[in-house]
Design a binder for this molecule. Structure first.
Ligand SMILES: [Cu+2]
Length: 160
C-alpha cells in the first residue's frame, strides 16, 4: 500500500510539471482610460418620428486595453446602450486621404502587451446614436473578448 501511494504521488508531481511547461498562463485583460467625444443627435421631425431609420449621427469611443497575462486575447466586438451598431474601426491613409476600415477580425491583444484605441487610429464607431453624448456624463460599454469574455466599462464623455 505504502509503495503504491508513493508511486502515485511521484506520477502526479511529474504530470503537474509537464502541464505547467506546456500551457501558458491565460490572458489577463484590463480596460483603461475609456472616453468619447461629445456628439449630438438632432430631434427627429414629426414626419420622421415614427420611422425606423437611424439618427444619422455617429459617435466614437476610445480606450486602452492591457494584457498582463501569458497568452494573447482578441477583442471581438463592443455593445452599448447608446447605439445599435457599434463597430471596431481603424484609420488608414490612402495617399493624402484618411479613411476608415472595419476591423472584421477584431483586434488581437498580445500577451504582455497593450493596444490603444485613440484618435486617428483604432476606434469604436458608434453608428446611428440613439441619444446625444453630452459632455461630463458617462455611458456603459461592454467589450467582448474571445477568451476573457465580456468586460463592462463606463465611457466618460469629454473633449480631447
Ligand atoms: Cu470609424
Amino acid at each position: 500500500m505504502l509503495r503504491n501511494s508513493r508511486i502515485y504521488l511521484t506520477l502526479t508531481g511529474t504530470l503537474m510539471v509537464v502541464s505547467a511547461c506546456q500551457q501558458p498562463s491565460p490572458p489577463k485583460v484590463s480596460v483603461e482610460n475609456v472616453w468619447s467625444r461629445p456628439a449630438y443627435v438632432e430631434q427627429p421631425s414629426e414626419e420622421h418620428a415614427g420611422m425606423q431609420h437611424g439618427s444619422g449621427s455617429n459617435g466614437v469611443a476610445y480606450f486602452t486595453i492591457k494584457n498582463t497575462g501569458g497568452s494573447s486575447d482578441r477583442l471581438l466586438s463592443v455593445a452599448t446602450e447608446v447605439c445599435d451598431t457599434p463597430e471596431l474601426h481603424t484609420t488608414v491613409m490612402k495617399g493624402e486621404k484618411m479613411s476608415m476600415q472595419k476591423l472584421d477580425k477584431g483586434m488581437e491583444i498580445p500577451a504582455g502587451g497593450q493596444i490603444e484605441f485613440k484618435p486617428r487610429s483604432h476606434h469604436v464607431m458608434l453608428i446611428d446614436l440613439r441619444r446625444s453624448l453630452r459632455p461630463d456624463s458617462t455611458f456603459a460599454l461592454t467589450l467582448n473578448f474571445e477568451k476573457s469574455g465580456a468586460i463592462d466599462v463606463s465611457s466618460e464623455i469629454r473633449r480631447p
